[in-house]
Design a protein around this ligand. Structure first.
Ligand code: ATP
Ligand code: MG
Length: 416
């Protein structure tokens, strides 16, 4: 074999009888994400061996970093079950990876018990072999700069180095479906990624209020969804664009300013649940994080959640903003999210929204508007779009109003 990688699955071992199903799903994802690379595989029980042939290691790692359900990968060389051969390969691995002044350590595992040396014996023999042949190098068993692992298995000996952590989680597609509310902000794409990583299939719903809000904010959602495709099964994702303007206008015109956001979010939850039901999706999800803004206190969540019986998944509930941003950069959504366009939660935000709403007052405020038919119409007129990584979608061609309309609207509002 040329340069090769061992890939280990995540905690699929806990899956009992379903393990085979999860492993097959992970293997299909690996082949899918690496399909443009000329590599070959040996799928063997709880791991995959990948011969990366002439491909660049970084390219293979980059592709693997888009497969959920993988715990880690290591570079390895393989030889026969012979201590001299193992020591020789370990020395080669040492020479390739060791930098001057660094300490090292040999670690050994021996799942195949018929090998004549035990783990301690292997560590001793291999370390001695390297120490005898290289001058001025030091072992540090507690905190080495370089670790070289020897694994003795029935099929041969493996010398491994460079443990690289994978995405973790479960193979996407194993964990059911959810409909994720995506705003175009920083949080919701990260929430989508976290759910995909945990094995879920995610469809996206976006409430767009053009021309009250700009078309560019809907375009952000399309562009963010394209980025997420890199992690999905089949590199595609379904986006539902909800025409929210009429509901939005009714809220702005009739609802007490203090309760505006609470009522708006109740309307969003109602519409999302309605679309999810039609799609036979059993949960909705969003990027809410406890305490982040007024609508995300536990009292707000309670009053807003009251409109649906569906489980509402909030993968970012206890994330710090800085950790959310870190993931947003990792999945390359951050730069899109910070494009400066307003969506319906950021435009016309009341100065003092209620932070601890009560259900009685909320229902009172909501009664001022006539939402039943508007919500039904919004669900009926929702546009469903299939997004792929290379989709070039022109929202105007779908009947959306361009941003000049927003400028016009704002001008008229200003003149009133
Ligand atoms: P984000 O960064 O995801 O926009 P946020 O911190 O700005 O989140 P809010 O604007 O209060 O928080 O929205 C909370 C959640 O509600 C979002 O994470 C998203 O899931 C959902 N949401 C808000 N606005 C919309 C919208 N226009 N369309 C779809 N979902 C939305
Ligand atoms: Mg937002």
């Amino acid at each position: 074999m040329n340069e090769s990688l061992i890939v280990r699955y995540g905690d699929l071992n806990l899956k009992g009888k379903n393990k085979k199903y999860f492993v097959n799903m992970a293997n299909r994802l690996i082949k899918d994400k690496l399909s443009s690379l000329d590599v070959s595989y040996i799928f063997q029980g709880d791991r995959v061996y990948i011969d990366i042939k002439g491909e660049k290691l970084e390219d293979v790692i980059k592709a693997l970093n888009h497969v959920s359900g993988l715990y880690s990968y290591s570079l390895f060389k393989r030889c026969e079950l012979d201590i001299k051969a193992i020591s020789e390969i370990a020395l080669e691995t040492f020479d390739t990876n060791h930098k001057e002044g660094e300490t090292f350590k040999i670690e050994a595992r021996r799942p195949y018990k018929n090998f004549p040396y035990d783990s301690y014996g292997i560590m001793r023999e291999v370390s001695a072999y390297i120490l005898e042949r290289r001058e001025g190098i030091k072992v540090d068993v507690h905190n080495p700069d370089l670790s070289i692992h020897v694994e003795i298995r029935e099929e041969g000996a493996f010398v491994l180095t460079k443990n690289i952590m994978g995405l973790g989680g479960y193979p996407t597609g194993c964990g059911g479906k959810t409909l994720l509310m995506m705003s175009g902000g920083i949080d919701s794409p990260v929430a989508a990624f976290e759910l995909i990583k945990q094995g879920m299939t995610v469809e996206i719903v976006h409430f767009e209020s053009t021309p009250l809000t700009s078309i560019e904010s809907a375009q952000k959602v399309i562009d963010l969804s394209k980025k997420l495709c890199a992690y999905t099964r089949g590199e595609k994702i379904i986006v539902h664009l909800v025409p929210f303007k009429d509901v939005h206008q009714e809220i702005l015109a009739k609802v007490n300013e203090k309760y505006l956001i609470t009522v708006m979010r109740r309307c969003m939850y109602k519409i999302a649940s309605g679309i999810a039901k039609r799609r036979h999706i059993l949960s909705i999800a969003n990027g809410e994080s406890i305490g982040q803004v007024a609508s995300q206190t536990i009292e707000s969540m309670n009053v807003i959640n009251e409109v649906t019986m569906m489980p509402v998944l909030r993968p970012l509930l206890i994330f710090d903003k800085k950790d959310i941003i870190k993931v947003a950069r990792q999945i390359d959504t951050y730069d899109i999210s910070i494009r400066p366009f307003e969506d319906c939660c950021t435009v016309y935000v009341p100065k003092a929204p209620v932070i601890h709403p009560h259900i009685k007052e909320t229902l009172e405020a909501e009664k001022a508007g006539d939402f039943g038919q508007l919500i039904k119409d919004a669900i009926d007129n929702t546009k469903r779009i299939l997004i792929k990584e290379d989709t070039s979608l022109n929202l105007e061609s779908l009947g959306f109003t361009v941003s000049e309309a927003l400028d016009e609207y704002k001008k008229q509002e200003g003149e009133k």
